[in-house]
Every structure is written in structure tokens, then in C-alpha cells.
Design a protein. Structure first.
Length: 450
């Protein structure tokens, strides 16, 4: 494919060494002031503590993943002059990071998008995988992007030459990726694929979308109407970066809402925002069995009719066959964050719980599960600004505990999507804030008071 390639930072060149050294020299921590101060708490109630991150001003778009050995992987995008860098760090626990942040890739065509976040993942063999978006040379739209994938076999010392996940060369929009471990050394990947929109001459965002949306959704503008349909595709990659099982999963989906995936004993469960001919934008789930993808199941029939993309995708987590899906919806122009559970790996879902509702609800959810609880984070915005909320639902299904994790200085979409992971009964949260006009990452640990 004819596209400008970003520079991989795995090679042992002088430029790479200098960039990595720069990351190590100015590594700092996010300000504790962003986190809601912990107060004396009764045993069993939620307590928030700062989680110091090895990031610097200019960092944004975090991702969190738990490795098979329990370590936490935190990745983010960082500005380096006129280029963007994809960086990651490994958290071992007890406030200990494995080393200084490591740079995966850097380049002028590496895209930084508040809603379309790169992801990082570790497979059972210890291999690290990362993806990012890159502007193609033959872009049919200023918002066009390709999905690139790389792998490191040696804990981030070297990274493979990037492979184009979408190989259609149409110069259209691709992204909103979900990754999962599909085997000892095999990665599964799903993404929104715009190859069928090529030549449609569509508008991106713009006034047509804004007019179609009510003031309740004004913070979720920015996508368009295509002559061709946005699709969801999936594929597998092995340790040699060889592709297999590249298939279309759904022929018509929401254009720009994120996807998510969780591993169950019966296969990976993918969730995304669907799009019908009548512009109903409800959440569906589809599982990949031993040989093929199944039929998408509507998680709940919200009936949200929306003539534009809300840029607000679902999140899913699993613990064995127990699954939780969280999402934002707004039927009747009434914003809601919902959580639905399944006990059969996503074949059926219980009626959802309305976790939060009202005009202050922004959504941008993430969800995680462990043996004892389901954890959920989302954003609200009121006259005082944005706040990051967390709820914990225990396995018995009793009334959830809820706490405000942080008050943000940033407003609007620039704060992006918070990320959540659970490790040994503690929820780790990372998010983007905007302080004095610059993005920065902040983190918190939330657990139960002893």
C-alpha cells in the first residue's frame, strides 16, 4: 500500500535512542489535585487514592490492559514537536513501575484522536501487541485513517515492522479497534471499516450533523451520513504477523462509536453500536465461536433513533461466562448510562440497570470485572465542570456503591475516554485532563476500606 510509514522506535538507531532517553528524563507524575481526596471511610466502603503515572504534560488518549501475569499495561499518545508518539509503561504493583516509559512508534502521520484510542495487549507467550491509526497517502477525507499493528517479542525492546490491518487501500476511515488474545501467541482484532464508503463524497461532522442533533447531544457531534455503509470487520494475526480469518462481521454499523471485546470460555464477545435503516443506534453483541462469528444479539432494545453518530461506544467485561456490558444511550433525548449482565457468555442479557441519567450524563464508559464485583466508570459534566464517576456492583447484585473519583479541569470532548482495569480487587483508572491548555494524564486507585 502506498502510505507514509511512521518510524518504529524499536530499532537501535541513534534517533530512537535519543527519543527514548528524552521520555526517561522528563517522566513525571500526574498531579494529585485531580483526584478526589480520600476521607475516613467505614470498612467496606469505596476509597479513592492517587495513582501516580510516569507521564508528562502533553500526554492523552490512555489505554489500560491487564497482562496474563497480572501486570498492568498503560499506553498513551504524546506530542513530540510536530509528531505524535505512542508510548507505554508497565505497572508491577505496590506503586512500582517496571522501568521508564518506552516508545513504540513515532511519526508525523500517526493520528491522535480523542475518541479513537490506540490499544496495547499482552498474549500468553509474553508478546506485546499495539495498534495505532495512521493517515493514508491517498486519503479521500481528512478524517481517513488506516489501522497499523505491531508486535514485540522481548518486552518492548524491539517491535516488528507495522502491518496494515485493513488492506483495502481505499483511503477511507478505519479505526475504533478492539483487541483480544486469541491463543498462546495469536491476536484477535476487530475494527470499524469504511471501505464501502469510498467515493461517497460524504460530509464529516459539520453542520448537517449538528442540525440533526439536539442540544442534549451537542457534545457528541461529529459524524456523518455515508452513501456506503460503515462495517465491522475482524481478523487474526499470529506471532509472525500473518493474517487469517479476515471477515466482515456486520454490514452496517454506527460510523464512529468505539468497539470493545471480552474473552469468555466460549469465545471472544464483541460489542458495538449498531445502525439500522431507520437510524436506530442500539448496542449489539456477537461472539466468535471455534470457527466463525455468530449472529449479533441486541443487548437491550433502547430504540434510540439518532441520525448521526454519538461518538460514544459500549464497553464489555467478562469473568468466566459472566458478562457485563455498559453503554450510553439517549432515547427520547434523555441521556442514560446503562449496565446489562449475562450469565451465559452473551447469549442472553438481563434487563439493564440505569446507573445514571439526566442532561449531565456524558457517558464515555468503561467496565471491568473480577471474582467479586463489576466496576464501571463514566463522565458527567455540569456547571462546575466534568467529573469522573465510579460504581461497584458486587457479585450478589445488591445496590451498587458509587463514588466521585475526580473533578476535571477540562471540559467537552478533549478529555476523551477514561480507562479502567481491575487487579487484585483494586480498580485502576486513568484519564485525560486539560490543565492550562495542555493535556495530561491522571490516575487513581479505588478499593474497599479495610
Amino acid at each position: 500500500m502506498n502510505r507514509p510509514a511512521p518510524v518504529s522506535i524499536a530499532a537501535s538507531t541513534l534517533a530512537c535512542a535519543l527519543l527514548l532517553a528524552a521520555c526517561q528524563r522528563d517522566a513525571g507524575t500526574a498531579p494529585a489535585a485531580a483526584v478526589t481526596p480520600a476521607t475516613a471511610a467505614k470498612p467496606g466502603t469505596l476509597v479513592v487514592n492517587e495513582w501516580a503515572l510516569p507521564t508528562v504534560d502533553g500526554a492523552a488518549q490512555p489505554d489500560l490492559a491487564v497482562g496474563p501475569d497480572g501486570r498492568l499495561l498503560l499506553s498513551w499518545i504524546r506530542k513530540l514537536g510536530d509528531r505524535n508518539a505512542l508510548v507505554y509503561a508497565t505497572y508491577l504493583g505496590d506503586d512500582t513501575w517496571e522501568s521508564a516509559p518506552k516508545t513504540i512508534v513515532v511519526g508525523r502521520t500517526l493520528s491522535a484522536n480523542w475518541a479513537n484510542t490506540p490499544h496495547i495487549l499482552m498474549t500468553e507467550d509474553g508478546g506485546l501487541w499495539a495498534h495505532w491509526l495512521q493517515a493514508p497517502a491517498n486519503a479521500a477525507s481528512p478524517h481517513a485513517s488506516d489501522v497499523l499493528l505491531t508486535r514485540s517479542p522481548d518486552n518492548g525492546v524491539h517491535w516488528s515492522a507495522p502491518v496494515a490491518v485493513n488492506d483495502d487501500a481505499t483511503g477511507t476511515e478505519h479505526g475504533f479497534v478492539a483487541l483480544w488474545p486469541a491463543g498462546q501467541d495469536t491476536l484477535g482484532i476487530a475494527w470499524l471499516d469504511g471501505r464501502n464508503t469510498a467515493g461517497a463524497g460524504h460530509m464529516h461532522g459539520g453542520e448537517a450533523t449538528k442540525v440533526a442533533m439536539s442540544t442534549a447531544h451537542a457534545g457528541h457531534d461529529e459524524h456523518d451520513e455515508h452513501a456506503g455503509e460503515m462495517t465491522v470487520r475482524g481478523a487474526m494475526f499470529d506471532a509472525a504477523m500473518k493474517r487469517s480469518d479476515d471477515v466482515e462481521i456486520d454490514a452496517s454499523t454506527c460510523d464512529c462509536c468505539g468497539t470493545d471485546v471480552a474473552a469468555t470460555p466460549r469465545g471472544a464477545l464483541l460489542v458495538y453500536r449498531d445502525r439500522t435503516a431507520d437510524e436506530i443506534r442500539d448496542i449489539v453483541a456477537v461472539r466468535r465461536g471455534a470457527k466463525a462469528w455468530g449472529t449479533p444479539v441486541v443487548v437491550h432494545a433502547d430504540g434510540w433513533k439518532m441520525p448521526a453518530c454519538p461518538l460514544n461506544g459500549p464497553a464489555v467485561a467478562a469473568n468466566g461466562n459472566n458478562v457485563a456490558v455498559a453503554w450510553y444511550t439517549a432515547p427520547g433525548e434523555h441521556p442514560i448510562v446503562r449496565l446489562a449482565r449475562s450469565a451465559d457468555a452473551g447469549d442472553h442479557f438481563d434487563a439493564p440497570l440505569d446507573v445514571d441519567a439526566g442532561p449531565m450524563v456524558q457517558g464515555r464508559v468503561d467496565v471491568a470485572m473480577d471474582d467479586s464485583a463489576t466496576w464501571l466508570v463514566w463522565l458527567r459534566e455540569d456547571a462546575r465542570g466534568q467529573s469522573l464517576q465510579l460504581a461497584r456492583f458486587d457479585a450478589k447484585g445488591s445496590k451498587p456503591q458509587q463514588i466521585e473519583v475526580a473533578r476535571l479541569q477540562g471540559r467537552g470532548r478533549g478529555t476523551g475516554f477514561p480507562k479502567l482495569a481491575v487487579r487484585r480487587g483494586v480498580a485502576f483508572v486513568a484519564w485525560t485532563d486539560i490543565v492550562e491548555g495542555r493535556t495530561r494524564l491522571a490516575g487513581a486507585k479505588v478499593g474497599l476500606a479495610p
